[in-house]
Design a protein around this ligand. Structure first.
Ligand SMILES: [Zn+2]
Ligand SMILES: [Zn+2]
Length: 105
């Protein structure tokens, strides 16, 4: 399977949602709190195997940057910026009905 690649990342500030458009035409909307909660960095996730959701109230997104050609980094207003979300990981977090229908979450 070809790796998913985001062609557009749009932070819709007023809605608190990050919309990612993928090169296969797939569009995923990610709520800020959701993205923050699944921050993949070691500080948030520890070194356990399973990805867990961290509840951060009022998570606010300051900046989005692309890391190399494999990941996206979110800079949060509380200064947290160590989470590197690989495209694969980001895509696996997609909550749209299409993705939800094909897997359990
Ligand atoms: Zn983190
Ligand atoms: Zn999806």
């Amino acid at each position: 399977m070809a790796k998913p690649f985001p062609v557009e990342i749009n932070h819709m500030k007023e809605k608190g949602v990050v919309r990612v458009t993928w090169d296969d035409g797939h569009v995923g909307d990610y709520a800020r709190e959701y993205l923050r909660g699944y921050c993949p960095c070691a500080m948030c996730q520890g070194h356990g195997g399973e990805v867990k959701f961290i509840d951060v109230a009022d998570a606010e997104l300051a900046e989005i940057s692309v890391v190399g050609n494999y990941a996206i980094q979110f800079q949060w207003k509380d200064g947290h910026n160590t989470g590197i979300y690989t495209f694969d990981y980001l895509r696996s977090l997609c909550l749209c009905p299409k993705c939800n229908g094909s897997k359990e979450r």
